[in-house]
Ligand binder design. Structure first.
Ligand code: SF4
Length: 399
C-alpha cells in the first residue's frame, strides 16, 4: 500500500505469516477459555513486544519442561516445531499438550523422515541452532548436517545418498547454490526446496519494492532469523536499510531525506507494530515539509507538466522579437507558449503509448482551441502557417 503524498510504501504481505498467526490465535484462545497457565516451549515468536504482552496474560515461555510447575497448565508447541524425541518427552509429562507446529514445517518433517527412513543423509540449508532447524534435525536419524552457505557446503564430505532441504525461511538463491555444491559431490541427490510459500511471496515482493526505494525500513525482532534475512536481501538492493523493532527507534533524520520509503516486516512482526512504524514515518515526513521541499515539489511539477518547456518557448519568442526591434506582443508569446505546451504533451503521450486519453486529451484540445482563436487575430501569413504546424503536430502520433 503506497501513500503517494508521503512516498511511503508498506509491503502488502508484511506481518504475521499464517503459521505464526495460527500459533498466536491458539494460545489466545486457550487463555480466553480460562486455561492458566499456558506454557509455550520457547518464545512463541521472536518479538519482544508480543511475548511481553502474552506474559501479562499468563502465557509463559519456558526453556525446559522442569519450568512447567503447574501440572494443570497447558503446554503449547510453537510454530517452529520440535524434535520427535522431545515431542515424546513433552507428551509423557502428563500435561495437556497442544501442537501448534506450522503445517508447512510439518511437511518438512515428513520429507526428512521419508528419506532418512531410506538411509539418506539430510542436509538442511539453514541457521544451526535455530529452533526450527533443531526440530528438523531430529527427523534425520543422526545423519543430519546443517549448512548456512556454499562455503560450509564445500566442507561437507561426499555422500552416497543425500536429501537436501531448506529451513522454511531460507533465501532461494542460497538454497540452490548450496544444493548445486552438494549435488556435485554425491552419487544420489534429492533436492527438496522446502522454503514455505508465504516466505517466497514475502521475499519476492520485498525484492521488487526494495530495489526502487531510497530507504528500506525492516521491522521485526533482532533475534528473528527471517527478519534478519529480509534485511540482508534489502541491503543488497537498496543503499539505506534500517532494521527496527519498534516505531520509537526511527529518528527524524532517518526518514526526511529519502524520496521513496519502503517498509517491510518479518513473519513474526504484528500488524500494529508495522502500523505504528508507518504512522511515525509519515508524521515525521509531514512535519518536515519545509518551504524548500515545497519549492522542490513545485519545480518538479513545472518540469513534469511541460510548463517549463512552454515558458522557454515564450521566452525565446520574446528574445527573437526584441532582437528584431519588434514591440511586445503578449498574444504572440501566448501562442508560442500554448503551441509548445500542446505539442510536448502530445509527444509525451505518444511515448507513453496513449497521446489522446484521459486528462491530457482535454488539456490538448483546450490549448489547441486557444491557439486557433488567438492566431485569427493576425493576418493569413501568420495564422495559416500556425494552424498548419499545429495540425501537423496533432497528427504526428499517427504517422
Ligand atoms: Fe509456517 Fe512459513 Fe510461517 Fe514458518 S514462515 S511458520 S513455515 S508459514
Amino acid at each position: 500500500m503506497t501513500d503517494k503524498d508521503q512516498g511511503v510504501t508498506v509491503a502488502p504481505g508484511a506481518g504475521f505469516c499464517p503459521g505464526v498467526k495460527k500459533a498466536i490465535d491458539c494460545v489466545l484462545e486457550l487463555e480466553a477459555a480460562g486455561k492458566n497457565p499456558v506454557y509455550t516451549i520457547g518464545p512463541l515468536i521472536h518479538n519482544k513486544q508480543v511475548t511481553d504482552n502474552l506474559a501479562v496474560k499468563g502465557i509463559v515461555s519456558i526453556n525446559s519442561l522442569d519450568e512447567a510447575k503447574e501440572k494443570n497448565g497447558v503446554l503449547v508447541i510453537r510454530a517452529h516445531g520440535i524434535t520427535p524425541d522431545f515431542q515424546r518427552e513433552v507428551e509423557a509429562q502428563g500435561m495437556k499438550v497442544i501442537d501448534a507446529t506450522c503445517p508447512l514445517v510439518k511437511k518438512v518433517h515428513t520429507v526428512i523422515a521419508k528419506y532418512a527412513q531410506e538411509d539418506y543423509d539430510t542436509v538442511i540449508v539453514g541457521d544451526a541452532g535455530h529452533a526450527e532447524v533443531v526440530g528438523l534435525l531430529g527427523y534425520a536419524k543422526s545423519k543430519g548436517h546443517v549448512v548456512a552457505n556454499v562455503k560450509e557446503a564445500e566442507a561437507l564430505p561426499p555422500f552416497e545418498k543425500v536429501n537436501i532441504v531448506s529451513q522454511t525461511t531460507q533465501e532461494e538463491s542460497i538454497f540452490y547454490a548450496v544444493a548445486e555444491v552438494i549435488k556435485n559431490k554425491s552419487k544420489i541427490c534429492q533436492i527438496s526446496n522446502t522454503i514455505c510459500q508465504p516466505t517466497k511471496q514475502r521475499q519476492k515482493e520485498t525484492t521488487e519494492l526494495a530495489k526502487n526505494a531510497d530507504l528500506v525500513i525492516v521491522v521485526g525482532g533482532k533475534q528473528s532469523a527471517n527478519t534478519a534475512r529480509l534485511a540482508k536481501i534489502c541491503g543488497e538492493l537498496c543503499k539505506r536499510v534500517i532494521h527496527v523493532e519498534s516505531a520509537e527507534e526511527i529518528k527524524k533524520e532517518d526518514v526526511i531525506g529519502p524520496k521513496k520509503v519502503f517498509i517491510t516486516a518479518g513473519a513474526s512482526t504484528p500488524g500494529w507494530i508495522i502500523d505504528n512504524v508507518s504512522a511515525r514515518v509519515k508524521n515525521l515526513r509531514k512535519a518536515e515539509k519545509s518551504p524548500l521541499m515545497i519549492l522542490g515539489a513545485l519545480w518538479n511539477f513545472i518540469i513534469q507538466s511541460s510548463l517549463y518547456t512552454a515558458f522557454a518557448a515564450a521566452a525565446l519568442t520574446y528574445v527573437g522579437m526584441k532582437l528584431q526591434g519588434a514591440r511586445n506582443d503578449l498574444v504572440l508569446y501566448a501562442i508560442s507558449f500554448l503551441f509548445v505546451f500542446c505539442l510536448t504533451l502530445i509527444n509525451k503521450g505518444k511515448s507513453e503509448g496513449s497521446p489522446y486519453t484521459g486528462k491530457r486529451y482535454y488539456v490538448v484540445v483546450a490549448a489547441a482551441a486557444l491557439i486557433v482563436l488567438l492566431s485569427f487575430k493576425y493576418k493569413a501569413a501568420v495564422y495559416i502557417p500556425t494552424l498548419f504546424f499545429l495540425l501537423m503536430g496533432i497528427l504526428y502520433p499517427f504517422r
